[in-house]
Design a protein around this ligand. Sequence first.
Ligand SMILES: [Fe+2]
Length: 548
Amino acid sequence: MKVLGINAIYHDPAAALVVDGRIVAAAEEERFSRRKHGKRPLPWSAWELPELSAAWCLAEAGLRPEDLDAVAYSFDPALMGTPEESGLNDPGDTMRKMYAEMAPEFLAHALPGLDPAKVRFVKHHVAHAASAGLGAPTADNSVLVLDGRGEAHSHLAGRYTDGQLEILAGQALPHSIGLLYEDLTDHLGFLRSSDEFKVMAMASYGKPRFLGELSELIVATDDGGFRTPKIDFSEYAPRLGKGDDWTPDHADLAASVQQRVEEVLLDLARWLHERTGDRTLTLAGGVALNCVANTRIFAETPFEQVWVQPAAGDSGTALGSALHVARGLGETTEPMPGADLGRGWSDDEIQKWLDTAAIEYERPRDVADAVAEVLANNGIVAWFQGRSEFGPRALGHRSLLAHPGYEANLERMNDVKGREQFRPVAPMVLAERAAEIFSRGPIPSRYMLFVHDVAQDWKDRIPTVTHVDGTARIQTVDRAEEPLVARMLECFERRTGLPVVVNTSLNTAGRPMVDDPRDALECFGSAPVDLLAIGPFVVRRRRSTLAG
Ligand SMILES: [Fe+2]
């Protein structure tokens, strides 16, 4: 059975392909269209489909649209009420519903040869749930979807047994932890449905001064749901415009909302555990990208394992809906093999790109050691290896790497990426070395979705990656899964004594992550990066970027 999954309705349009129960390809449209998040989450963009990523998924498997057994669309317009019924009173919802109803025709147009009757609507939060519950390595698990909104709900609590989902709770709109967090993001002058992680980073600079008042407003209920009344954030700190400077009041507000959200999520997880008694909890939905909350769920609830879908935002529903429909067609699905489900190139193909660019390059004996040498000399490296990652995190395939031992490197990296200086950068570390340095969060932590405490005697040794609150959002590297990255880390440690390297996504200000070799060359050409390691080749910048 061949099932193509499509996410299109709100944001982060994406496509995924499941063939005979195995995940063959998954990619976000932004990597192809080069437009961050693919589109703005506006009602009149609901019809826009991930045409390029869907076409690539099919090409990757050598399939034509007519070969598909089903197309799964991660939203079911029949479950969507009127703007008044949801309580959101968003007149744009009428348009969203209409466009979703017409999605089969739109898809048949985008993928000529596809029979529109093969398109199946999947409830949005069932698609999120499947991305976690069926994507996780542990087959039977509890699942929590923590989202902004679906058709009529904002959350789902359930359980997977033998690949079948049992829904145990769901919070109806307008109550929504995701929309509450989005409202705060907007209030703080950031971009809604995009910049929520900046609020999380800002929270670590503040004190939760307003927690008492917020604790009375935002509450978990005894049916597994919660209440989130509309909050006037200007009572706590004035609204900010884009680029305005924030004050301690704003950081305190961010810290207060962040902490209250963490507490409610802990209540939801405990409620679910009381019903299922499962060892493993899986998480998806945009709120599940909140790695500070994820660590508290891991550390403070009875679940022994917490697995978060790396594409926890809406892009992951492309994968989840495909897995859900494949199950419905009687397939036994396999868990996610890793996040590297996007495009990749052979060495010969990469060499052709370099020759076309008429750029000087070398093929060192060991690219991992060549990179480690540049990093040890405090150079910045653009690292392009293997297939690109599905989801917002660079996990050693499209990464910007640096030495973690210099405090100034945080500013340097944020400058390359045109980011705010309060944003942290993250470390990658060999899985077997992680426990010496990092604690509280789960180890291994393969997808960078938890924060860990940095051991006291390591904080001064790796200041670039130690956030203001003494934490780091780590990626642990498994030697068997990522041999090249593991060797680079070993070579770096041999030269510096540090088993840690700074790893952030390979992109420059406001652009999607680098995906193809052209993107990599353009990024290297325009950003102060010392070395591009692309496949087995390296391209060197003649002048050190440290020289200014
Ligand atoms: Fe969603």
